[in-house]
Ligand binder design. Structure first.
Ligand code: DX5
Ligand code: ZN
Length: 217
């Protein structure tokens, strides 16, 4: 029920296939942060990196789109090998059409909330989602400090999903490490994204395993 999602953003980009192979035995998803320099003030990587990695991994490719006009990239993302796409509710206030488009492209679908966005913004669309991502840092950069104030939002999300009987994963992203992950777990998260704590470690495979052990208690 708990899933580990190393975030590629913190990896050594000269050794991507190798470092992904190191984390693979202890991970469930590979979190891929696609940024366009508009929705967030940073640029990361896009389709060529995703398609190059695809033959090297069996992990679920979880693409966190931090772009304006995310709907424009769904078909290309799917052909590059993505399994799941998450888009920011701040970028698409009514995500009904984009959810349909994602599914038509064969992608799982999720919505993301930046730290200032309240859970209420996603409530009407929760049933469209396989996953809801609650960000615990401002989107755009790895290596930031975990914002504990989002934990009440995780609790609200968990409560809504459970009381409505929805099979929606609750993912947390930003500043997740062995100290902060249990706080997010206790609030109701079940999918844990970690960049720095895994790929910033000298032994990423071991760091992924240790994170899993701490979460599983
Ligand atoms: C930030 C990204 C995160 C980032 C997390 O915009 O969405 O996925 O890689 O990095 P850490 O784990 O270092 O906070
Ligand atoms: Zn992310």
């Amino acid at each position: 029920m708990f899933k580990i999602a190393p975030s590629l953003l913190a990896a050594d980009f000269s050794r991507l296939a190798e470092v992904v192979a190191e984390v693979e035995p202890h991970s469930d998803l590979l979190h891929l942060d696609v940024m366009d320099g508009h929705f967030v003030p940073n640029i990361s990587f896009g389709m060529p990196v995703i398609s190059s990695l695809r033959p090297h991994s069996r992990l679920v490719f979880d693409c966190h789109l931090m772009t304006t006009n995310p709907g424009a990239y769904l078909a290309e993302l799917a052909s590059a090998g993505a399994d799941l796409v998450t888009v920011h509710i701040e970028a698409v206030p009514d995500p009904t059409a984009i959810a349909r488009k994602a599914r038509a492209s064969g992608l799982g679908f999720g919505l993301v909330l930046s730290p200032p966005t309240p859970w209420k913004a996603v409530e009407p669309f929760a049933e469209l989602c396989d996953l809801v991502l609650i960000m615990s840092v401002h989107p755009g950069f790895g290596g930031q400090r975990f914002m504990g104030e989002v934990l009440t939002k995780v609790e609200s999300a968990r409560k809504w999903v459970d009381t409505h009987g929805l099979a929606v994963d609750i993912q947390i992203d930003g500043g997740i490490n062995p100290e902060t992950a249990p706080l997010a777990r206790d609030a109701g998260a079940n999918v844990f994204v970690a960049g720095t704590a895994i790929f910033g470690s000298p032994d990423p495979g071991r760091a992924a395993l240790e994170l899993r052990k701490v979460i599983e208690g």
